[in-house]
Write a protein that binds this ligand. Structure first.
Ligand SMILES: [Zn+2]
Ligand SMILES: [Zn+2]
Length: 138
């Protein structure tokens, strides 16, 4: 069992060194390695100009276009990743609305208003209005 495992590991490493390529269905980590080999690591992080670069970082599109990658230090990598997460996950509560069910004033995002669920302060009010007031089902 041990020998079988070692043999498997060896052939995998060999394939990578030979530059065998599995098309675009390449995994996240192989892609990182592939890019890291092709973009020269600068002496200093181009973002803060203070620390040594540590990670090859993707700018948002995971492909083999080298323009979409850059070397960053740990700190800048984390800062940039955090910023990207915030953009995707957190939408500011830019609007207020009156719940049409209970009348409570609440904060709401534009996308919720667009979807129609922004008329209610909570899921509970939404269900109450739709079902108990017979607007949804009979
Ligand atoms: Zn940096
Ligand atoms: Zn309500």
């Amino acid at each position: 069992m041990k020998d079988y495992y070692n043999g498997k590991e060896r052939s995998k490493n060999k394939a990578e060194k030979n530059g065998m390529w599995k098309g675009d269905s390449v995994g996240y980590f192989s892609l990182h390695k592939w890019v890291a080999k092709r973009i020269q690591k600068p002496d200093i992080c181009p973002c803060c100009n203070i620390n040594k670069p540590h990670d090859i970082t993707n700018k948002g599109v995971y492909d083999r276009n080298l323009d979409n990658w850059e070397w960053l230090c740990r700190k800048c990598h984390m800062t940039k990743d955090g910023r990207m997460d915030n953009l995707i996950k957190i939408e500011p509560f830019g609007l207020t609305n009156n719940c049409i069910e209970c009348g409570k004033v609440f904060k709401v995002t534009k996308s919720r208003l667009d979807k129609g669920t922004g008329k209610y302060c909570s899921i509970a009010c939404y269900i109450k209005d739709r079902f108990y007031n017979k607007k949804g089902i009979v």
